[in-house]
Write a protein that binds this ligand. Structure first.
Ligand SMILES: *Cc1c(COP(=O)(O)O)cnc(C)c1O
Length: 366
């Protein structure tokens, strides 16, 4: 096989796609996969039953297009979120990646820009690229934190069309204070900047960490995005959603593909929402394992970041690639996010967490 990137060179690709690499978290067959921040607990049997029933009920109507406006699902998502939201405030798509792409299609595009603060979610620049939006890499402090003053100053100086704030931030794990969101929103007033808070991990936040949903009232340029891929343990179902002013949700109709949410996806998500308490019951276990990882890594002399998510980002005190390989040799796959000396690990079940911690300890003792 020739190098795939090289063979693409023979195609009449768009100039801005030449030489680019696709998103590529390895999908390896390993015993303990802790590299993509899934909820590693399987879907509980009661929820499997409910999803099966709902999908069964819609199967004979698959000859027809789905409800284009997925009204029942939007209502169920609004009720789950609370905060006085109703179905008009909610929009959904095939994963929050598609949500972010639609936001870029509507508010970004050629001649426009999106600002985010790196290191952050690696898909932001790729989604910007795909939609022809300029990606501006904003800065964080050396310890990866972001203050309201610094964020607002960068928004004022770049005047981007869109800002992506990832909170809790992937890959570093820590949530932003709402003061940062408020300051960024204010700083974007003159440039009419749309502010997106990506709360993919919100359900895992430490006690007392408020959601940006509490800021939506009176802020028509604010969008809060969520997903069923993480806490809901439904990454395979592909369902992301956002809450915003109803005009913002309406605007998405201009860019979405008709019938983008299949009947099967809508049925699956509705069943999952009906059983959200059962699905979210594993969140407390995952948080416990996350806190255990932070405590244990500190005990081993390493430096993990505080985490409001289901993963831990840590300074491994040396060669990150050597540790990554040693863990893989023991059947534990974690994520090398390309930040020198650092790795990211998903908090899994108790047994998976133990396998990870044992592998780290034996690597350090080598
Ligand atoms: C995992 C993740 C998502 C979720 O993507 P889906 O398309 O919903 O699976 C979104 N944002 C961030 C920061 C993530 O880490």
């Amino acid at each position: 096989m020739t190098d795939p990137a090289a063979s693409l060179e023979s195609l009449p690709l768009r100039d801005d796609l030449r030489g680019m690499s696709p998103y590529g978290a390895p999908q390896l067959e390993v015993e303990v996969a802790l590299n993509t921040n899934e909820n590693t607990h399987p879907v509980p049997p009661e929820v499997v039953e409910a999803i099966t029933q709902r999908v069964h009920d819609c199967a004979s109507s698959l000859n027809r297009y789905p409800d284009r406006d997925f009204t029942a699902l939007r209502g169920a998502l609004a009720r789950y979120l609370g905060h006085g939201l109703d179905e008009d405030n909610v929009w959904a798509a095939n994963g929050s990646n598609e949500i972010l792409q639609q936001i870029l299609q509507a508010f970004g595009g050629p001649g426009r820009s999106v600002l985010s603060f790196v290191p952050t979610y690696s898909m932001y620049p790729l989604l910007a690229l795909g939609t022809g939006t300029e990606f501006i890499a904003g800065e964080r402090a050396a310890d990866f934190t972001l203050t309201a003053e610094s964020a607002a100053e960068q928004v004022r100086s770049h005047a981007p069309d869109i800002v992506f704030l990832c909170s809790p931030n992937n890959p570093t794990g820590t949530a932003l204070g709402l003061n940062v969101v408020e300051a960024v929103y204010e700083a974007g007033r003159d440039s009419d900047t749309v502010v997106v808070v990506d709360e993919a991990y919100a359900e895992f936040a430490r006690f007392g960490t408020p959601s940006a949903l509490t800021l939506l009232d009176g802020r028509p340029r604010l969008i809060v995005s969520r997903t069923m891929s993480k806490a809901f343990a439904l990454a395979g179902a592909r369902l992301g959603y956002f809450a915003a002013a109803r005009e913002v949700a309406d605007a998405m109709r201009l860019v979405r593909l008709p019938y983008h949410l299949s009947s099967v996806t809508q049925a699956t998500a509705l069943a999952a929402l009906e059983h959200h308490q059962t699905l979210l019951a594993t969140v407390e276990d995952v948080k416990m394992q996350r806190d255990r990882i932070v405590d244990e890594l500190k005990r081993m002399g390493l430096t993990p970041a505080e985490s409001d998510s289901n993963f831990v980002f840590f300074d491994c005190g040396g060669d990150a690639h050597a540790m990554w390989q040693a863990l893989l040799d023991r059947g534990v796959l974690v994520r090398d996010v390309g930040i020198p000396g650092h790795l990211r690990v998903t908090a899994g079940t108790e047994a998976e967490t133990t396998a990870f911690l044992d592998a780290v300890e034996s690597f350090l003792a080598r």
